[in-house]
Design a protein around this ligand. Structure first.
Ligand code: NZQ
Ligand code: ZN
Length: 388
C-alpha cells in the first residue's frame, strides 16, 4: 500500500430492524427546529413518514416540511430548501429517503447560509465551505449511493445540462444515519437493481486503479462477492432480510471513503453516467450500467493484470490454459451476465439518448486521471457509441 492518508468517518450508524427507535435519542442533541426533507411521496405510502413525524412530535420538535425532493435533485429545488432552512432557523435537517434526499439535505446544509451563489461556489468552482453548516441526519429508504455515510452531494442544473457532485469534508457528513433494511422492501424492482449496480460500480471505481498490493482492494473484492451473492437472492425474493441487510451494509462500505484509502481511484463511469443523467434525467444506477461494459472493455488492456485478478477473485473464472487477456475478458463477460440477470439497462439508447446528444454528453463528462487510462473526448464518444 503506497499512499499516505488520514481516515476519519464521523457518521454514527444505527443498523437493523429497530434502528428507528434510536431517533429520539439523537434528536436530544439538537435544537427545536427540524426541517424534514423527503421525496415524492413513497414515505407517505409505506408508513415511514407517519413513524418519523410521531417521533419528532413526541420529542417536542417544531417540524418544517420540505417534500417533493426529486430524484436527481435540481439547483432550483436547492434554492427553495435554503429559504425554508434559513427563514425557520433550522437546527437539524432530517433527510428521510434515498440518495437524492440525503444529497439534497447536505447541499441545503452548506448553502442556506452561503452568501455566494451555491451552485457557482460549490458545484462549478468546487470551493470549500466557509459558512455555518446545518447538521444533517438521515433515515435511509433506498440503498445504493452511500450518501448516508459520506460527504457527497450531487446536484443537477437542467438549464446548463450539468450534473455535478461535490465531495464535502467530514464536517458535512451526516451526523447520524438510521439504516433499517425493512424500509427498503417497498422499493420497485427497477430502483432496487439500479441501487445494487450503483454499489457495485462504486467499488469498481475504486478498485480499477493502481498496481500496488493494497489492502483496500482485498476489502473491495470481499464487498463485491457479498453483493453479487445477496443481489441474486434479493431479485428472487425482495423480502429476504438477510440479503437486503447485506446489500444495505455493503452500500455504506462501498462509498464511505474506506476502500479508497491509500490508492488512486478512477470514477470515469460515474463521470460519463452523470453526463448521461444530465441529458436524460435517467435513474443514476442505470446510467452507470448502460455505459459500463463499453468503458471496462475499453480500458481493460491498460489495466490487464487487475482485470485478470477481478476475474479470478470476484467471478471465480477458470484460468487453466488461458492467457491473461482471456481471463480478463471472461471476468468481464461474467459481470455482464450478472448485470443482465438482474435486469439492468445495458444501453444508453434505452435511457433516451439519441445520436445528436453524444457530443454534448462527452463535453459534460469531466475527465479524471486516476484510472488506467486518461480518456480523450474521442475515447468518450467511442464508448458512448458502443453503449448505444
Ligand atoms: O421520491 P420518492 O417518492 O421517495 O421515491 C423514490 C425515488 O423515486 C423511490 N424510493 C426511495 N425509497 C423508497 C422508494 N420507493 C419505494 N419505497 C422506498 N423505500 O426511489 C426513487 C429513487 O430515489 P433516489 O433517492 O433518487 O435514488 P438514489 O438513492 O439512487 O439516489 C440517486 C441520487 O444520488 C446521487 C445520484 O447522482 C442521484 O442524484 N449520488 C450520490 C452519491 C453520494 N452522495 O456519494 C454518489 C452516487 O454515485 C450518486 O451520484
Ligand atoms: Zn453512484
Amino acid at each position: 500500500m503506497l499512499g499516505n492518508f488520514t481516515y476519519c468517518n464521523p457518521t454514527k450508524l444505527y443498523f437493523g430492524e429497530n434502528a428507528l427507535d434510536f431517533l429520539s435519542d439523537e434528536l436530544k442533541n439538537y435544537g427545536k427546529n427540524v426541517m424534514l426533507c423527503y421525496g415524492g411521496g413513497s414515505i407517505k405510502k409505506n408508513g415511514i413518514y407517519d413513524k418519523v413525524v410521531e417521533i419528532l412530535k413526541a420529542s417536542g420538535k417544531n417540524v418544517f416540511e420540505d417534500g417533493g425532493v426529486m430524484p436527481n435533485p435540481t439547483v432550483d429545488k436547492l434554492y427553495e430548501g435554503c429559504k425554508i432552512a434559513k427563514e425557520n432557523n433550522v437546527d437539524l435537517i432530517l433527510a428521510v429517503g434515498g440518495g437524492s434526499v440525503c444529497d439534497y439535505s447536505k447541499a441545503v446544509s452548506v448553502s442556506a447560509y452561503c452568501e455566494d451563489d451555491a451552485w457557482e461556489k460549490y458545484f462549478m468552482r468546487m470551493e470549500d465551505v466557509d459558512n455555518k453548516i446545518i447538521p444533517v441526519g438521515c433515515v435511509l429508504t433506498m440503498v445504493g449511493t452511500g450518501s448516508e455515510m459520506n460527504g457527497g452531494s450531487v446536484i443537477t442544473n437542467p438549464k446548463q445540462k450539468l450534473k455535478i457532485g461535490h465531495v464535502f469534508g467530514e464536517n458535512v457528513f451526516p451526523k447520524f444515519s438510521i439504516l433499517n433494511p425493512v424500509f427498503t422492501y417497498t422499493l420497485p424492482k427497477y430502483q432496487m437493481i439500479a441501487g445494487i449496480y450503483d454499489i457495485f460500480n462504486h467499488i469498481c471505481e475504486q478498485y480499477f486503479s493502481g498496481e500496488d498490493d493494497n489492502t483496500s482492494d482485498y476489502i473491495a473484492e470481499g464487498l463485491m462477492k457479498s453483493l453479487v451473492n445477496a443481489s441474486r437472492i434479493a431479485v428472487k425474493n425482495p423480502k429476504d432480510y438477510e440479503a437486503r441487510s447485506n446489500i444495505m451494509w455493503t452500500a455504506t462500505w462501498a462509498l464511505n471513503t474506506l476502500i479508497a484509502k491509500g490508492k488512486t481511484t478512477d470514477w470515469m463511469v460515474h463521470m460519463i453516467g452523470q453526463s448521461v443523467g444530465a441529458y436524460t434525467n435517467a435513474t443514476h444506477g442505470m446510467t452507470l450500467a448502460a455505459v459500463s461494459m463499453a468503458y471496462y472493455r475499453h480500458i481493460c488492456p491498460y489495466g490487464l493484470s487487475k482485470f485478470a485478478r477481478f476475474a479470478k477473485n470476484v467471478w471465480n473464472v477458470e484460468t487453466s490454459e488461458k492467457t491473461e487477456e482471456q481471463i480478463a475478458a471472461d471476468g468481464l463477460s461474467a459481470m455482464e451476465q450478472w448485470m443482465k440477470e438482474l435486469g439492468l439497462v445495458m444501453n444508453i439508447s434505452d435511457l433516451g439518448v439519441t445520436e445528436d446528444m453524444l457530443d454534448g454528453i462527452a463535453d459534460g463528462a469531466f475527465i479524471m486521471d486516476g484510472g488506467y487510462k486518461v480518456l480523450t473526448k474521442e475515447d468518450i464518444i467511442g464508448i458512448l457509441k458502443e453503449s448505444m
